[in-house]
Design a protein around this ligand. Structure first.
Ligand SMILES: C[S@@+](CC[C@H](N)C(=O)[O-])C[C@H]1O[C@@H](n2cnc3c(N)ncnc32)[C@H](O)[C@@H]1O
Ligand code: SF4
Length: 297
């Protein structure tokens, strides 16, 4: 049972930080889960229970400008890391939580608070840590540091099975990410589960099955596909011109425009998963003609 003193740690989070305001949000429908983001908070919140799950946005800075991300449109105002003082306030709660998600619209591995959490948890068994990363900073040294903490699983975002597509969508160095994934999945006393993720769009849908092959070659056991979402920027104004000549036009890239193309390629990905022993997690297929079910039949 948590003491009243601990509850107070969660009381005034909206005022923490000299220049920044932080929002503490209880995740909808889940009293045991909170989200700490860099959005300005209008009200203070008092939690009734210590959260089992804490989502902590360690940064909203990034070293990439992926076309489908608000960073690609320069739409993140004053990108910054969370203050370490915020982490100090969250810390007693983090030690009591079951899971900590180090997420946000940014690259966690380039931020100081991310490594502060990892290093403070060195040698501990909980809370279990999970985060998304673009994988560009998965050096030997960083992987060793991650293995010393209770890192449970890591989602590495690729969105492509080839260098050309990766460069169009993400713009980083494809090979660097692949090398990082190999380091992560290499056998070790402390294994970390790795998931490769893929935001589906017209530009990459035909590589969806090849992505499963790539995962199998790298030794990754799960791939996860998602559709584009436009929660931050209105879809109609979302256009990014790439130096390669390719232009990302959000309204032309969403696959709800091409249900048959989507379904045929996702069916191939599901089949590749069955053939290669890779778990394929993805959205429902579009149920327009021809209708195919989630087992690929
Ligand atoms: C915002 S990123 C932050 C973590 C890290 N920088 C990365 O790329 O994994 C988290 C996830 O959101 C995905 N994402 C970005 N923009 C998206 C969009 N418009 N729709 C759906 N997913 C998106 C990314 O591909 C990534 O897997
Ligand atoms: S790496 Fe992640 S946060 Fe950075 S631009 Fe790409 S999707 Fe956005």
């Amino acid at each position: 049972m948590a003491s009243p003193a601990r509850f107070s740690h969660y009381r005034f989070l909206s005022k923490i930080g000299r220049n920044a305001l932080f929002a503490l949000k209880r995740n909808r429908g889940d009293a045991d889960s909170i989200r700490v983001t860099q959005k300005a908070a209008k009200s203070k919140q008092l939690l009734q229970v210590l959260p089992k799950v804490i989502e902590f946005e360690v940064t909203n800075r990034c070293n990439l400008k992926c076309v489908m991300c608000p960073h690609g449109m320069g739409a993140i105002e004053s990108p910054r890391d969370a203050d370490i003082s915020l982490l100090d306030v969250l810390w007693p709660g983090m030690l009591q939580a079951d899971y900590v998600h180090l997420n946000g619209v940014g690259e966690p591995m380039m931020s100081k608070p991310f490594w502060e959490v990892i290093d403070r948890l060195r040698g501990k068994k909980r809370p279990l840590i999970e985060f998304n990363t673009n994988g560009l900073l998965m050096t030997e040294e960083n992987v060793a540091r991650l293995r010393q903490a209770p890192v449970w699983f890591i989602l590495v975002s690729l969105d492509a099975a080839t260098r050309e597509t990766y460069e169009d969508i993400r713009g980083g160095d494809f090979e660097t990410v692949l090398e990082g994934i190999k380091r992560l999945v290499a056998p070790s006393k402390r294994n970390i589960s790795v998931v490769m993720t893929y935001v589906l769009m017209k530009r990459n849908i035909e590589e969806a099955a090849a992505f499963v092959d790539l995962a199998a070659r790298l030794g990754v056991k799960t791939v996860s596909y998602h559709h584009l979402t436009d929660t931050v920027i209105p879809a109609e104004s979302w256009v990014v011109q790439k130096i390669s000549g390719w232009k990302f036009v959000y309204t032309e890239q969403r696959l709800s425009n091409y249900p048959e193309l989507n379904n045929a390629n996702m069916k191939k990905a599901i089949e590749a998963g069955k053939r290669l022993g890779v778990k394929v997690v993805g959205p429902d297929l579009f149920f327009k003609t021809p209708r195919i079910d989630t087992n690929g039949n």
